[in-house]
Design a protein around this ligand. Sequence first.
Ligand code: NAD
Length: 426
Amino acid sequence: MSREQKAVECARKAFLTGRSKQTDRHSSEAGTQLYETLGLEGEIVLAVKKLAEWVAPRPVEKNLLTISDTVYIQPEPLGVVLIIGAWNYPWAVTIQPLIGAIAAGNAAVVKPSEVCVHTAKVMEDLLPAYIDKELYPVVTGGVSETQELLRQRFDHVFYTGNSMVGKLVMEAAAKHLTPITLELGGKSPCYIDKNCDIPIACRRVTWGKYSNCGQTCIAPDYILCEPSIQDRVLEEIKKSIKAFYTEDPKTCPDYGRIINQRHFKRIMAMTEDSTIAIGGDSDESTCYIAPTVLKDVQVNSKVMQEEIFGPLLPILTVSGVDEAINFINKGEKPLALYIFSPDDKVIKKVIAETSSGGVLANDCLVHYSVSALPFGGVGNSGMGSYHGKFSFDNLSHLRGCLIKQLKMEGVNDMRYPPHTAKKLFW
Ligand code: NAD
């Protein structure tokens, strides 16, 4: 079996054992394949196909002094990478950085999130069956195990999770001057222009928001729109919720659950001071929260104070695109930013006047699937990026190489003392 076949087989097996994830997160089998393992297979195939190109020396432009020399960038492995994964898409966020680490020639310690206890166990059992267990060990355990790992010296730490722990990771890495990648989250805004096709926009927003029960790092966190379209937006989201998850999402196999009671309580507390326009039902014993939309939400309401990471969708009204941009710019830089508009000028204006990890117009989430785009945050939503060649470059040292010949010594005369004006302006 070739290296590529072996890796793809491992990803497929991960899908087949995706039932562990259903136990952890109430995710459907088809959902696991769609949102996680298909993307991993694509990344594996791409890395194997492009590896020879990625590892090759990259010639660069020369200046006058190096015109007859060999000047190039040589990617080289960093050494040992620590990969700390999160629970919301446990395969994607843990194995995808591992693909980059392996492609770049590193060893890696894989630490899956303890929150998905069954998935962590499957990963611990499965990876050694397919890849070298000495080079890529899996370490399971909780916060104390992660902290112990962080005390060790690595050559890169790749962390996916929340910003608060991101700061602890950065602090620990600083002790060894270890470079890091932080894949964090934040409140990703979604501006809906009154002139767009509202039914299509709402269908796409509903999908982006309620997939995985809102527990997606790039889920649209809240909607900004003009007051004149708020009711239509509500109506269309309601229709889409019904079309995707039936009248009773609780019994729909495609609708997820909140990961645990701590998060359930955190999310439910966010609804306290806002008006529920759609949904709002919940069941603590099964961590069920219905797809919920909050209307006329105020900036200082609880739901606007932190990343929701659950199935609540607040709508805030603004007077137009300028106010939407001002609003976005008052917050931390988000991981994703969504604009729905038929007008290219509106889209380009929002892109030019804001900053975010990534930006997507007229859809949600799908920029994640484009391996040719860097995926990562900026500011509070993270640092560093990955996917495709970006994973390879991020987990490599790009070494600058200059090879001269021991000839043409006359050219160097001007740089040797004594420094005289005559030499400089000859
Ligand atoms: P989590 O609780 O699974 O934590 C992630 C990892 O951090 C775990 O492996 C855990 O062991 C470790 N950890 C937790 N507390 C720690 C501590 N005190 N010290 C050291 N290590 C510790 O995941 P989470 O943080 O709840 O994940 C959700 C967050 O992750 C959201 O903010 C989401 O937006 C973000 N996220 C970002 C991406 C991305 O690609 N940018 C992807 C998924 C999730």
